[in-house]
Design a protein around this ligand. Structure first.
Ligand code: GRG
Ligand code: ZN
Length: 319
């Protein structure tokens, strides 16, 4: 790909991520207060992809993560908040980044996740019961990282995900729900982790996904007729890679779109050119560039959304 490594403002993005963490009164920090665990995962994974994770005081982070664990075993978005499966995956991913999964009481944590599986194989996000294929992905991803996939009924979990597949080849949040790139990532990721990708019509889904690339900007949208947004670079690209259809899009044009969403002065990446930056889009921009094999970035695993070296350590005990 004809892209120069100098076009990604690595140092500025590192500075931006550290500033959001330090400046607790900033607009972004205040709006992220309740989902700080997700923010920690987005920020720290970005730093790791940029090979700058050593800047962070890992003992401080790990101690904070563990203070967010509830007696049920699940993790909250911040200290003294309620646990939810959304934050539980982020907590596990942050610990994985530091190679510290061994601080966890794996049985207690996996019991929490198993307790969220319903009769029909679906998963609720917490005790209040909302069901969504996002939670199926999270449960499967988390348990796989903990080597405890055997503790749930994976057959039923897969059956439920397949029941959310639409005639256009995509997936929604519940049966009959509209296809959306974010939900497609969750369903394809969960099917990949459980070795069940044979349930997918790869040409049909690949066609729907590659139509998300907009001719003019090169960016991806999440559904037909919507605007492009940097985060869909991740949701769409990871899915295309998992079903082996990434060669159906213009990779260089997508990389250009992401690079054009950088704040070249103060660091950070926004959803589309000239919008305000945030940690979420900074992460998905850098992760998207990593999937595009942008020079100088660590490779990221498209199913687990963690750097490949982290995944190798977990599954093969090596770097
Ligand atoms: C480990 C990467 C990772 C994820 C964990 C939470 C989760 C699992 C996945 C979320 C998948 C999802 C539904 C993503 C979409 C997020 C998003 C940008 C939603 C916006 O939707 P709309 O309808 O926006 O407001 P559009 O772009 O359609 O106008
Ligand atoms: Zn977005």
């Amino acid at each position: 790909m004809e892209l120069l490594s100098g076009e990604l403002e690595v140092e500025k993005h590192v500075k931006y991520i550290l500033s959001v963490e330090k400046n607790k009164d900033s607009f972004e920090s205040v709006t992220m207060e309740h989902l700080r665990m997700n923010g920690a995962y987005w920020g720290l994974t970005t730093l790791d992809l940029l090979d700058k994770l050593e800047i962070v005081d890992q003992d401080e982070v790990i101690s904070w993560v563990m203070q967010c664990q509830h007696e049920s075993g699940g993790f909250a978005g911040n200290i003294d908040h309620d646990p939810h499966i959304l934050y539980t995956l982020s907590a596990v991913q942050v610990l994985a980044l530091f190679n510290k999964l061994d601080v966890l009481d794996i049985d207690r944590l996996s019991d929490y996740i198993c307790g969220l599986q319903n009769e029909d194989g679906s998963f609720s996000g917490d005790i209040w019961g909302e069901v969504d294929t996002r939670f199926s992905y999270i449960a499967i991803c988390c348990l796989s990282l903990l080597h405890r996939l055997d503790k749930i009924n994976t057959e039923k979990a897969v059956e439920y995900i397949v029941s959310c597949q639409n005639l256009d080849g995509g997936f929604g949040c519940t049966p009959g729900g509209e296809s959306h790139a974010g939900q497609i990532f969750c369903c394809v990721g969960a099917l990949a982790i459980t070795g069940s990708l044979y349930h997918i019509d790869k040409d049909l889904l690949g066609w729907w996904l590659c139509e998300r690339q907009l001719v003019q900007s090169g960016g991806m949208n999440g559904r037909p007729e919507k605007l492009p947004d940097v985060c869909y670079s991740w949701w769409v690209l990871s899915s295309l890679i998992l079903i082996d259809r990434v060669h159906w899009i213009d990779k260089a044009k997508l990389a250009r779109f992401i690079l054009g969403c950088q704040d070249k002065e103060n660091g950070g990446i926004s959803d589309r050119p000239d919008d305000a930056v945030d940690v979420f889009h900074t992460y998905f921009g850098v992760a998207g560039l990593s999937l595009l094999e942008y020079p100088g970035l660590k490779a990221i695993d498209p199913a687990y959304a963690l750097p490949v070296d982290v995944i190798n350590k977990i599954f093969f005990g090596r770097k």
